[in-house]
Design a protein around this ligand. Structure first.
Ligand code: NAD
Length: 478
């Protein structure tokens, strides 16, 4: 018997959770449930994070959490509970299978069977944002080697466990050579450890276009957080409906399972909602806790139910569906088919499926790091880069001269174009002409000179070489 934590959530949450738990129980799942309250009522009671301390204790003790969708109240500084839970519990992998159920659920892509594996903790979702000038705000995109290694390992291990033949990586490393470049590099490092699985990389823009057009060309796709957030919804929608997809959020110690859709408040309390998304999350949970035989029974009964044309309103189609049912009746129809297999759709077999054991990240030996220079970001409301260069040249030292000014990454000095549009946010790069390392005192010197001449410095970024390789981007047009 495995104790799990359950949150019934908001809107349609309680109805679809009740339906899901009824199916699990009828299928013989060996689970005991501890219920916690999270979401709208907790937020509105004044808890900005939507979860109380004692609820955290239950989640951390049980380690496995089945969560219905919750409503995040608009405005008022409420933090998204989903993002908080994923990050606090280190749930680094978000797994979303997107399977077409043609001809029983309408889709333009009958052969689609794609699993999106999204990095879940970092990238632009670190949520580190600042306004720096009147006109410019920034969001830090953080990508780490442990983050990349864990998610790429997970994708290949998942592919092997579920007999999938290919893992594709999507990044934008032609533009973001450091951040997405690291993700792609780690993918290339790990792929050869799985010679039985094909691997390929696509630039995310054309990869996304291909996914939307020809999803049959893909199998497992691994990607950084933002692309994964967007494209997993696209993939679920083109497979048939976001209402049919579930997701698993997995970490080294804990795991959370859910539907990918929200709390659909307008449909709440009417016995209308489709419980399939949450049920799909619950099936992944059963596999995770070593109850693969129950997972298989439920999945095959669910496929058979859809195949028999028993459909909730969101997938119901005149002429194709046999019976329009509510949430409760759909659950009863699945229960009635436990032990049956689909005949047209492919039955699943989850024999030997269990939680994946991903090797723990080991910190590598320290890399030799040298300070080569500094980027000083300046708030300056002028328009003429030559004028700014004259001002900034007064703060540089002969040993570390001003080498470049960019505006939003584009070189504007020396020899900029008058056509380039500029805002009030300038990056001034100081680099020694001889390429020799500098010390931090030199940076402090530049900053204190800037203070004296009245230049408004808003941040600095050190320019490093790692193992002798400069590890920062050039200015565009440099
Ligand atoms: P939503 O997913 O709740 O609804 C989008 C559309 O899909 C609606 O038309 C809805 O009726 C339909 N739909 C969704 N699930 C369905 C189901 N199971 N059966 C039938 N139809 C279904 O998205 P939204 O309207 O943008 O968000 C509503 C609330 O949900 C917001 O407060 C949002 O913050 C929250 N939300 C929560 C989660 C989560 O808890 N994981 C995820 C997304 C959104």
């Amino acid at each position: 018997m495995k104790r799990i934590t359950v949150a019934k959530g908001d809107g349609i949450g309680p109805e679809i959770m009740e339906a899901t738990l009824a199916i699990l129980q009828a299928a013989g799942a060996q689970i005991e449930v501890d219920e916690i309250e999270v979401g709208e009522q907790v937020y509105l009671a004044g808890n900005k994070s939507g979860i109380a301390e004692d609820a955290w204790d239950v989640i951390r003790r049980n380690k496995v959490f089945l969560k219905a969708p919750i409503t995040t109240p608009q405005g008022g500084g409420y933090k998204s509970l989903n993002v908080t839970i994923r990050k606090m519990l280190g749930l680094y992998a978000n797994v979303r299978p997107c399977l077409s159920l043609h001809p029983f659920v309408k889709t333009k892509h009958p052969g689609m069977d794609v699993v999106i594996i999204r990095e879940n903790e970092e990238d632009l979702y670190a949520g580190i944002e600042h306004q720096q000038t009147d006109e410019v705000v920034q969001c830090l995109k953080l990508i780490s080697r442990p983050g990349c290694e864990k998610i790429v390992q997970y994708a290949f291990a998942y592919a092997r466990q579920y007999n999938r033949s290919k893992v594709t990586c999507f990044t934008k490393d032609n533009i973001m050579k450091q951040t997405d470049g690291l993700f792609h590099r780690v993918f290339d490092e790990i792929a050869p450890n799985y010679p039985d699985i094909q691997n390929e990389h696509w630039i995310v823009d054309i990869g996304a276009a291909k996914l939307a057009d020809t999803p049959e060309a893909f199998d497992v796709i691994v990607m950084p957080n933002l692309y994964g957030d967007v494209l997993s919804d696209v993939a679920a929608q083109i497979a048939g409906s976001v209402g049919l997809a579930g997701s698993a959020n997995l970490g080294e110690k804990c795991a959370m399972f859910e539907a990918i859709h929200g709390s659909a408040p307008r449909r709440a309390g009417q016995n209308l909602a489709n419980p399939s998304g949450l049920l799909q999350g619950a099936i992944m949970m059963l596999n995770h806790i070593g109850q693969a035989n129950v997972a298989e029974r439920v999945q095959n009964a669910w496929l058979k139910t859809l195949e028999d044309g028993v459909h909730t309103y969101d997938v119901y189609q005149e002429g194709l569906s046999q019976q329009k049912v509510g949430t409760k009746e759909f659950a009863e129809a699945v229960i009635a088919r436990l032990g049956q297999q689909p005949t047209t759709l492919k039955a699943v077999s989850y024999a030997n499926t269990q939680a994946l054991d991903i090797p723990k990240y080991k910190r590598k030996p320290l890399i030799d790091k040298q300070l080569l220079g500094v980027d000083v970001f300046v708030h300056w409301p002028g328009n003429d880069p030559d004028e700014l260069a004259a001002l900034v040249n007064r703060v540089s030292t002969p040993a570390i001269p001003l080498s470049l000014i960019t505006n939003r990454g584009i070189k504007v000095w020396p020899n900029g174009f008058s056509e380039t549009s500029c805002t009030d946010h300038w990056r001034c790069r100081f680099l020694p002409t001889d390429g020799q390392p500098i010390n931090k005192q030199a940076i402090i010197h530049i900053l204190s000179n800037a203070l004296e001449v009245g230049i408004d410095t808003i941040k600095t970024e050190n320019l490093y070489a790692f193992n002798g390789q400069p590890a920062f981007s050039m200015g565009q047009g440099q």
